[in-house]
Design a protein around this ligand. Structure first.
Ligand SMILES: Nc1nc2c(ncn2[C@@H]2O[C@H](COP(=O)(O)OP(=O)(O)OP(=O)(O)O)[C@@H](O)[C@H]2O)c(=O)[nH]1
Ligand SMILES: [Mg+2]
Length: 194
């Protein structure tokens, strides 16, 4: 089974851990603030019985844990995708995502990033135009509105990201390896028919 390392980040209290648990455990749980960083493993079920594993690096967004800030590049190295989260009912939470996108790009290059607006069940404070502008600025490949409270779209960001990471991995497989594996497959098929 393929395993991907991903970053889940955004301002304090936007609902990152709640979203992850809504997806992993299928239920809305009340959470205490994450202390520093929490790493968890989950399985993503895709179509046609395909599964893959995610190692999720769920960072605290509380500034008081930012003593860890200088360690972030080292911790996120090798991540293959990221979910950047803001709260649709709080415009300020969108602004901190610039910093996250910068660090992620610096360390991991052009990995897929998904922008998520949480708490769609509350009165919105962030408009569609701002979201579009931010998504572009962050280089996000998709935007998803979620509500963990209503269990709305809680699996969508994870599934979309996995699809993008898989496509990217395939595109990056060196041509020679792809050619070799197709040759082996052809030989195997020949062997079967002969
Ligand atoms: N109304 C509403 N509240 C939510 C939703 N998701 C999370 N919350 C609430 O938002 C608060 C913060 O949620 P967390 O998941 O702890 O937020 P976080 O982003 O992990 O916060 P840090 O770990 O401190 O960075 C909690 O009180 C949640 O119950 C949602 O979809 N709707
Ligand atoms: Mg948290």
């Amino acid at each position: 089974m393929r395993t991907f390392k991903i970053v889940l980040a955004g301002d304090g209290g936007v609902g990152k851990t709640t979203l992850l648990d809504a997806f992993r455990l299928g239920k809305f749980f009340q959470h205490k603030t994450t202390i520093g960083l929490s790493i968890s493993l989950c399985t993503v079920n895709l179509e046609r019985g395909v599964k893959c594993k995610l190692i999720v690096y769920d960072f605290s967004g509380q500034p008081r844990f930012m003593r860890l800030a200088h360690e972030i590049p080292r911790i996120i190295r090798g991540a293959q995708g990221a979910i950047l989260v803001f709260d649709l009912s709080s415009f300020a939470t969108l602004l901190v995502l610039d910093q996250w996108a910068d660090i992620i790009r610096r360390v991991n290059g052009d990995i897929p990033i998904i922008l998520v607006g949480t708490k769609a069940d509350l009165e919105p404070e962030v408009g569609e135009d701002d979201i579009r502008e931010f998504a572009e600025r962050l280089g996000a490949r998709a935007f998803v509105k979620t509500s963990s409270k209503l269990m709305l779209n809680v699996d969508k960001p994870f599934k979309l990201l996995v699809q993008m990471m898989m496509e990217r991995q395939e595109a990056y497989t060196p041509l020679a390896v792809r050619f070799m594996s197709s040759e082996i497959r052809m030989k195997a098929e020949d062997g079967q028919s002969g």
